[in-house]
Each structure stands twice: as C-alpha cells, then as structure tokens.
Design a protein around this ligand. Structure first.
Ligand code: ATP
Ligand code: MG
Length: 558
C-alpha cells in the first residue's frame, strides 16, 4: 500500500493511537483455530495484519488459537503455517500457541475470583441459557453467585484437579445479568472437559472459553491492535472487561472489519470438509476450492492474492466480491511473467501436403511479446502438425475465419496455409485436415500483401509432448445458487473436465511443479504439484483468457 492512497478506517485508528500515545508501536497477530485449511477470506486477514505491522514498522505474530481441544488437528497446524509463509507473511521468531498460556489463563481466572469478579456455578448449560434471559428480557441471578471467594477458589482448584465431570461446574465472570448485551451476562469463562489436547495432552481438564482466552493471549503477547471480523463486535465489551479487570499495563484494542465473501463460492469449513469426505473433491487442495492450498495448486500466485485483497479494501460494511476479480488479478500478474507457449488441447492432425516429407525446421519465437526479458525459443515445424479440432470446420458458419476448405489462414509464427479438405473415419469424425503452404510466408508474414483473417496455433506432431490438462468451472451451479432447500450444496456436474491427450511443443519439457504458462489463445495453466511427473505433465487451467470483469474506475486510475 502506498502512502498516497487514502487510509482505511483501521489505519486511521492506528494513526490516532500513535499520535495520542495510546501505543508506541504496532503489534498485530493472525490467530487461526487449527480446525481446517485457510481460505481466501483468511488471506485477507493475514495480509491485513501483516501489512499493518510492516507499514508501521511493527511486529506480526502467528498464533494458533488452540484453546478448544475438540476440533483441533495437527495436520491443519502444518498446512496453515505453509499457507501463511507462501502468502509472504513473516512472523519471524514469533510463532505461538494459545495453549502455551493455559497456566497464565488459569492464574488470570484465580485473580478474577480473588477480586470477586468470578464465581463457580453448578447450573447446567441449559439452565445457564434459561437464566441468561433474551434480547427483550434481562437475565436472572445465578443462585451460586453468592459463594464466597474462598469457596470459589477451592471449587475452581477442584475443577482443575479433576474432581468434577464434564459440564458439572463452570466458572462465570461476574459482570451484569441485566446488561443489554447478552455477552456481558455473567459469561462462562472456564468449563470442565476431560479431553486430550494436541499440545498439552492430559495436563488440563478445564479449558478457557474463547472470549476469556483471546484477550489474555493478545495481552500476553503485547498485541496493540487485535483485528477480527464483525461477528465479534458485540463481544468487544467483554474483551475490554477482561483486559481491564486483569489490569494489563498495555491493554490491546479490538477492531472489527467485514469478512471477505466471494459470490457463489463455498468457503465454510463445514461444507468443504463434507466435499472432501464424500470424495467429491480430491482433498482440501482440490483446485476447484478456494482454500489457499487449492488456489496455490491451481496456479494462483501470492501476488495475485495480495492484489485481490487490496482491491477488496478494508471496511466495516459487508460486501461480496466477484470471483471474476480474482481471475482479473491472476491474469494481470501472469500476462508478462509467464512464458507464452503453444499447446493443443483437443488435437486433430493437420497435414501440409506440399511440405517436404521428413523435413523439420526450427522457428525462433519470442517467449512473451509483452516481456522481452523472457527471451526466445526454437519451435520445430514439420509436415504433420496438431491443431485444435475447433479450428477446422467443414461447413463454417458466417464469420468463421479459421480453417475450412478453400480458406487461407496463418499458422502462428510459421506460414500461411490454405485448407484443401479433410479425411473422416467411418463414424464421420474428422481425423485429418489437409492443406498446402506458401514457402514465401515464413514467419507467418504475408509475401505479397495478401491478408488472412485467422491465425491459429499448432504443435509439430513428431516432437509433441503428450499432457493431461484439467479445466475447471465453479463447483457450484451458479444458475441455481449455492444451497439447496435442505442446506446441501448445489453442485455443478461439469466442474471438472479432464483432457487426456493434449499436445505440447517441446519447450514444455521438464516443466517443474507450479510452473505457470500462458497457452496461446487458451489461458493460463500451471503444472499440477500433486499429479504431474517427468513421464507425463499434468496441467491445471488457472483461468481462461476471456474476461467479463471490468476494474472499477477508481481502482483503474491508480
Ligand atoms: P471459517 O469458519 O470461515 O473457516 P473462522 O472464523 O472459523 O473461519 P478462524 O480460524 O477462527 O476461522 O479465523 C482466523 C482469523 O481469520 C480470524 O481473525 C477471523 O476473523 C479471520 N477470518 C475468517 N474468515 C474470514 C473472512 N471470510 N474474511 C476475513 N477474515 C476472516
Ligand atoms: Mg472460528
């Protein structure tokens, strides 16, 4: 973000805090719960937090919010770290686990009890809900609220020592049962749960609740601005209460912003988990998903995601971004970066009848007309080539300027050729297209000023590499909307097309995992990191070349 851009509301808060001396530096964090893979929405939060730390010469912490032992999984810890690093956010030596603070959280709870600000209750979860009241009715006092400090200290100790079963006793903050904010009506801050924790094992059988744990984690780490999404807005008074009552010298400040949503795209962990479990997708990194792992595998770059997040902006107003904007960002990023090579996805043979049999010539072709630094390569040309099946029509409709009998076209970077006809099999399918070439048009240049309207790409047959190419559409049927009436997803049966016999020019040989290319006239493609191998290359289509997206004027001006 450059200095000249207008400042978002979070920057304005930080500017003010620094100016007034409320804080001296900026320290942010990203606190995922390790219960799933990160998605594009999390990328916004990561880049926002990391970006602010950098912009203000501050620090950025990575913290796993693993206080809830039921759902966490070590597999997710590793994937989350990988994704954040890939996005370019650097936590340096500050990788933390909230569970490392269990001891301090326990001490904090004891402190509240001693101050008369917390008490042990025997109400069941259901009773607590009943006593809490509603938006229109105040809550009722908990009958256990009269226990003395000594009793509470002893009971809490016993909770910790494993004397009680799950749900038998809880610790509640003593705030205000009549508060208009339900979160302030003596919230539960500790519960009994005899569960194994991935980090602390069986050391604890009581676990802190999120609203109590989170501000403590922030305060311990010296976080100055604790940035979260809007659903926590109503929890902010509780956040402030916790840091105030625990008397932290530098209380962190919670700031909420609107989540990033993508239109017609599934991001919810619950749904993705289901797609994975039911084998509808091939894992959390299936290129049709928008988990960060999936976007990476599909071929998106960190830069394209950074650009996308930047275009989305930061605000408190809920909005929905278009997937087309994400596509715009990757096209913009790759158009001058990726080599532009020839690949034929749905091949049919083209035979040049007047070209000498057995001859191969090498044509020198630039690797990217928009970026000379990418150099050039030699492309073999011969009598037999592959062209796209759709680039030939025996009986063309109006305005079809590609191959049809009698028509002359340009073979890109090679020669003018005139179509003479085709050969079909018994089923009536075209198996060979025939043509003659004009040797005087080498390089694809007109020898005498005559013009051709069509230019098609091609791959020489005898040196062609065979590849698998996977084309993707939204996994959701956009016409019908994301969800069915029963809450299940409306799946698009055509979200994956696998092309098994694609032909590539030899320059693709040895393409590494994640290597990205523009396939001339087709789009941008990336070598699949999981399935591609030295024997046969496998590509994912990142995005086609066609775009319906127009950058809004205000952004285009920058
Ligand atoms: P989900 O339910 O979508 O997987 P979550 O909120 O449960 O997301 P957490 O691991 O708790 O996931 O989130 C870590 C951080 O990422 C939180 O600060 C959260 O506010 C933020 N975050 C989650 N989803 C989005 C989103 N769509 N846009 C921006 N930030 C998000
Ligand atoms: Mg969550």
């Amino acid at each position: 973000m450059s200095e000249t851009e207008s400042r978002n509301f979070i920057e304005m808060i930080i500017d003010k805090d620094l100016a007034e001396g409320t804080c001296e530096t900026v320290h942010t964090r990203f606190p995922p719960e390790p219960n799933g893979y990160l998605h594009i929405g999390h990328a916004k939060s990561i880049l926002l937090n990391y970006g602010l730390a950098r912009q203000y010469n501050g620090k950025f912490n990575m913290r796993f919010d693993d206080t809830n032992p039921t759902k966490e999984d070590i597999e997710f810890v590793e994937s989350i770290k990988e994704d954040i690093q890939w996005l370019g956010a650097d936590w340096e030596d500050r990788l933390f686990f909230a569970s490392d603070y269990f001891g301090q959280m326990y001490e904090a709870a004891v402190k509240l009890i001693k101050k008369g600000k917390a008490y042990v209750s025997d109400l069941t979860a259901e009773q607590i809900r009943e006593y809490r009241g509603s938006l229109t009715e105040p809550g009722k006092d908990d009958p256990y609220n009269t226990r003395t400090v000594e009793e509470n200290l002893q009971l809490f100790q016993e909770m910790k020592d494993g004397k009680y079963g799950d749900g038998e006793k809880v610790l509640r903050a003593r705030i205000d049962m009549a508060s208009p904010n339900i979160n302030m009506r003596d919230p539960v801050i500790y519960r009994v749960a005899h569960m194994n924790h991935h980090n602390t094992g069986d050391a604890w059988c009581i676990y802190p609740m999120y609203d109590f744990a989170h501000p403590i984690e922030d305060a311990i780490e010296g976080i100055t601005h604790s940035i979260c999404t809007l659903e926590f807005e109503d929890h902010r008074p509780l956040y402030d209460w916790v840091v105030r009552e625990l008397e932290y010298p530098h209380p962190p400040k919670q700031i909420e912003f609107a989540k990033l949503y993508l239109k017609n795209v599934v991001t919810g962990k619950r749904y993705i988990k289901k797609l994975v479990q039911e084998n509808i997708v091939d894992g959390w990194d299936d290129p049709r998903l928008v988990s960060i792992a999936a976007l990476r595998r599909r071929g998106f770059t960190p830069e394209s995601i950074q650009k996308f997040v930047e275009l989305c902006g930061v605000s408190k107003a809920q909005s929905i971004a278009d997937y087309a904007m994400l596509e715009y960002c990757i096209r913009e990023d790759l158009k001058a970066k990726a080599p532009r090579l020839m690949a034929v996805l749905d091949p049919v043979k083209l035979i040049i009848d007047n070209y000498p049999e057995g001859q191969t010539e090498m044509l020198t072709v630039g690797n990217n007309p928009e970026n000379e630094a990418l150099g050039s390569r030699e492309v073999p040309f011969g009598r037999e080539l592959y062209i796209e099946r759709e680039d030939f029509m025996e009986e063309p409709p109006k305005k079809y300027f590609r191959m049809f009998p009698g028509n002359e076209v340009r073979l890109m970077n090679a020669y003018f050729v005139k179509c003479t006809g085709c050969v079909k099999n018994q089923a009536g399918e075209v198996v060979e297209v025939h043509c003659t070439y004009d040797p005087a048009s080498r390089g694809g240049n007109s020898p005498d000023g005559r013009k051709v309207k069509g230019t098609i790409h091609w791959v020489a047959a005898d040196t062609a590499l065979k590849a698998e190419v996977r084309l993707y559409e939204n996994i959701i049927d956009e016409e019908k909307g994301v969800y069915n009436e029963d809450g299940s997803l409306n799946l698009n049966p055509n979200s994956l097309t696998v092309l098994k016999d694609c032909k590539l020019e030899p320059a693709f040989a040895g393409a590494e995992k994640y290597a990205r290319f523009q396939f001339v006239r087709q789009g941008f493609f990336c070598v699949d990191a999981r399935d591609s191998g030295p024997e046969e290359l496998v590509f994912n289509r990142i995005v086609s070349l066609k775009s319906s997206f127009v950058l809004p004027k205000s952004d285009a001006a920058q």
